[in-house]
Design a protein around this ligand. Sequence first.
Ligand code: DGT
Ligand code: CA
Ligand code: CA
Ligand code: ZN
Length: 570
Amino acid sequence: MTNWEICTIFNEIAELLEILGENPFKARAYRNAARILESASFDLRELVKDGRIQEIPGIGEALSAKIVELVTTGRLNYYEGLKQKVPPDVLQMLKISGVGAKTVQLFLHNQITSLAELEAAAREGRLQALPGIGKKTESEILHGLAAMQEREKRWLLNVASMAVKEIGSYLAGLDQIERVEAAGSYRRGRETVGDLDFVVASGDPPAVIGRFAAAPWVREVVAEGDRKATIITVWGLQVDIYVVPPHLFTSTWHHFTGSKEHNVALRERARQHGWKISEYGIVKEEDTLYPASEEEFFRMLGLSYIPPELREDRGEIQAAELGELPRLVEAGDIRGDLHVHSKASDGANSLEELAQAAMARGYQYLAVTDHSRSLAFTGGLTEDRLLGQREEIDRLNGEFQGFRLLAGSEVEILPDGRLDFDDRVLSQLDLVVASVHSGFRQSQEALNERFETVLKNEHVDIIGHPTGRLIGRRDPYALDVGRLLELAATTGTALEINASPDRLDLGDNYVHQGRKLGVKFAINTDAHQTRYLDDLQYGVLTARRGWAQKQEIINTRPLDELQKWLKNHG
Ligand code: DGT
Ligand code: CA
Ligand code: CA
Ligand code: ZN
């Protein structure tokens, strides 16, 4: 619990009290306390630890006790109780600009108790009928609601990545800047980000903040201080920036990289050693240490370097202490992509163009895996066209040096568990990816059986995008993924980590679970156009978040070893 979080909770308590019509003095006391804490230069966690919490001027006994409860337990019973007394959407309503406690009270008295009801009422012009709300306020609320929902939404990695490049290069170009780095969930490689966080080292923080707030891609400045600011970009994405003097850079960067859970666990371990860590450095005995790099930061804490992707409090701190962290797979380890489409089905490029693009990326091989016949709307290949493509690939391979196209298929898993091609056809291919694109509303039982049949087929090398989810758009199939992982470990079938930013399928949790069982993975882009071969980076991040090592990813193998694997696995 940081000062900032405690302030937020106190402000919310004040608003809840007003909505519930409680004594106005009570609400005022919380709001005043939040204001005092907001501008305070001390760290509440420290004061609580030192038993000096009573000393803050203007904060009475009752509120000090609440701060102690928040700092020591991470929650506050009183606050949880208040939230129970109002409909669940109330805190969200308060985040709409221009909507305060009084307005929410009015909504609730008029049976508007959810965001959906609020939106409907505003759209239908029923809001302006309420006392004190005119036509103009109604349209402001509607606009504010949309803006709030956009702020709250999570963003895919490709959008985040585009914004990080743009913002990063703008900041790096400023005179006053010594170093600029992205932090937060983006740096940890999470599959979606809520907002972007940047940490900057500079001798003149206010100047940097001023330039940041005036950048061409800023749509709205939400908050601006001497060392930090929050803005909304023209793309809709929110960005937080923290600017610190150079000696504080590493501690601040680590702090705002998170995750929150990792930070809490790391802080707790430090406390047990009698040390203290925060964005202001590491305090050991009487000394404050300012690590110059994160490697040094972790070394000072007696730990090996923990890559950002692992900082989720999933056992990484203990593993770092024992020197047992995995050596994570890296983008440079990938020797080729094993799932791409050509214009023979629904891709945009010829075989030759695909091969050139793969060679330009330093790959040794690329598997062409067009859709199969039953996926007719994609131009899925018939048996004849597939075997024709095989010949074309053989001919092209005769012209390449140090590179090979692999003839494959993304063969459709039919609703009854059979594959779109029989074994005689499959056996003539270098590689088979089997995927589901239809009939995914089946029951869990049916899906489990369907996949079991496919995994037991010796010709199937890889299961494509195994859960079928589309992030933010479509839920995964009802398939029991735990079972799939166990089965894949037994049959030796590789599971895909589909690198397309709207899939990332399998996701990091399943990779983490699967590698413990001995499952092998393939990081593939499923590119339908050569430029999407670059999505590979997102798949690598997902694999790393799942603790995957190079040897667990089949497409890190050199061509001859990959070919051996394709022949002999399971
Ligand atoms: P996101 O933005 O929801 O995808 O996730 P994060 O992890 O980027 O979270 P964010 O942007 O709220 O904060 C960035 C990191 O800063 C977070 O992982 C932990 C750290 N952090 C430090 N102090 C605070 C604090 O007072 N509140 C929160 N929420 N995070 C803090
Ligand atoms: Ca963030
Ligand atoms: Ca943030
Ligand atoms: Zn595909």
